[in-house]
Design a protein around this ligand. Structure first.
Ligand code: SPV
Ligand code: MG
Length: 431
């Protein structure tokens, strides 16, 4: 009896999947590999069912002889274990980033003369509706809010990208790369005070108020499903912060990071070049406690950001504050530095982790940007935020276009480096 292998990533079985299962079964004993949650979050969509639930879903289908877990995006391990005569897949993975997986499957099957069989993917209205609905579900507050905590369990390090509009949210949502035979994507979005203010042409001094920040969050939420970490600046007055926690939680934001500064806040990357005042430990702990007290779900996180290294108050002060903030209820600690050399960040993380092995650590490597995600994870960092890179890449591109149009008195000279009108018209998918 010949063996057939298919890999599945879905939470809902529609007629497209049923067709592939029925076709695959014709070739022999059918083994279905359910892609694990850990692999799925890099590959495609965030699952709404756990690996175990998805395994059960496929176990209930009569044509399937065996259901196993595929714990990587690559088919390699399962193919080498089961050595199937055939792998069956829809024909929808040839012309996108998944082609690296396809190439690898064909290469491995060659070892024992196995064959890849591709079946036309079912693209009717009913299938389209189910696929869309599955994605839309993930944008609902109850799914989105808890996703950051889920990712902290699934990812060696959670990667967040700065977004400040619908279009930047789409970039964070949809960018998937194939690299070294693996697929990868961002896990979360950071709504930065610096970039949200900059997009509005305003300084990063808490001038852009919460109503306006909420407008940005809403624009981002409208077109995306990934979890949102909000830069909450200082959190403002304790009496205001509690209301904002409620609003953010209800909207489906996953975490707010508040920094231990008070008075007129300036961007941290100025360091001591401008006057900045750090809050007292007592008052900041009070703010954390007040926020935690009004929170209704278990999903929402209040992360305390420590400015001691930025303000050159020393490592001991940073650590003392970290322990106090966790004691007050903080769900995570963000430690910030504006040094190019990551040593002080590593020292903080190593020391903090020795005493506290569970509280997540967040870093923003804008200045210490030579550090890899792997190195950060090795020092116990759980979330890395790329806090301003989209804004900083878009701005010079737009500025040089404006300069060149003025220089040439026409737009022809800049046209080659612009996105085509056709691409921009088709960039946004309509419902
Ligand atoms: C932001 O992105 O607004 C931040 C991070 O707060 S930093 O600009 O590095 O202070
Ligand atoms: Mg900020």
């Amino acid at each position: 009896m010949k063996t057939v292998y298919i890999c599945v990533t879905t939470d809902v079985i529609h007629e497209g999947h049923k067709n592939i299962i029925a076709q695959a079964k014709k070739y022999g004993k059918l083994i279905v590999g359910v892609m694990s949650d850990e692999a799925l979050v890099k590959f495609d969509r965030f699952p709404t069912l756990s690996t175990k639930e998805r395994v059960q879903l496929f176990q209930s289908i009569a044509e399937i002889d065996e259901v196993v877990v595929q714990s990587s995006v690559s088919y390699r391990d399962n193919l080498l274990t089961y050595r199937p005569d055939y792998v069956v897949h829809g024909d929808n993975w040839k012309d996108n980033e998944q082609s690296v997986i396809r190439d690898e499957v064909m290469e491995i099957l060659k070892q024992w003369g196995g064959e890849l069989i591709e079946i036309p993917y079912t693209r009717n209205e009913a299938v389209k509706r189910i696929d869309t609905k599955m994605r839309e579900k993930l944008s609902m507050p109850e799914f989105r809010r808890k996703r950051l905590k889920q990712l902290l369990q699934l990812r060696p390090i959670v990667k967040a990208l700065e977004v400040h509009s619908g279009i930047t949210a789409l970039i964070a949502e949809k960018t998937i790369v194939a690299n070294e035979g693996e697929l990868d994507q961002f896990d979360a979005m950071w709504i930065s005070s610096l970039c949200d203010s900059t997009a509005k042409g305003k300084p990063d001094i808490e001038l852009v108020d919460m109503s306006s920040r909420i407008r940005t969050i809403d624009d981002v939420m409208d077109v995306s499903t990934k979890p949102i970490i909000l830069d909450g600046d200082t959190g403002g007055l304790i009496e205001h912060f509690v209301y904002n926690v409620r609003t953010l939680e209800r909207m489906g934001v996953s975490a707010v990071i508040i920094e231990d500064k008070t008075g007129l806040k300036k961007n941290s990357l100025f360091g001591n070049e401008v006057a900045q005042t750090q809050d007292t430990i007592e008052n900041f702990c009070e703010k954390i406690r007040a926020g935690k007290n009004v929170q209704l779900s278990d999903d929402f996180m209040i992360i305390a950001r420590i400015e001691s290294l930025i303000l050159e108050k020393g490592m001991e002060d940073a650590l003392k504050r970290a322990y106090a903030y966790v004691e007050a209820g903080a769900d995570g600690i963000m430690i910030h530095s504006r040094k190019k050399d990551p040593t002080e960040i590593f020292t903080f993380c190593d020391t903090f982790c020795k005493r506290d092995k569970t509280t997540p650590i967040v870093v923003v490597p804008t200045s210490f940007n030579t550090v890899s995600e792997e190195e950060l994870a090795a020092h116990g960092v759980n979330i890395v935020i790329y806090a301003n890179q989209l804004t900083r890449s878009a701005f010079p591109a737009m500025q040089s276009t404006a300069i060149d149009i003025l220089k040439h008195h026409r737009a022809k000279e800049v046209d080659d480096r612009l996105m085509s009108i056709k691409s921009i018209l088709t960039l946004i998918h309509e419902l």
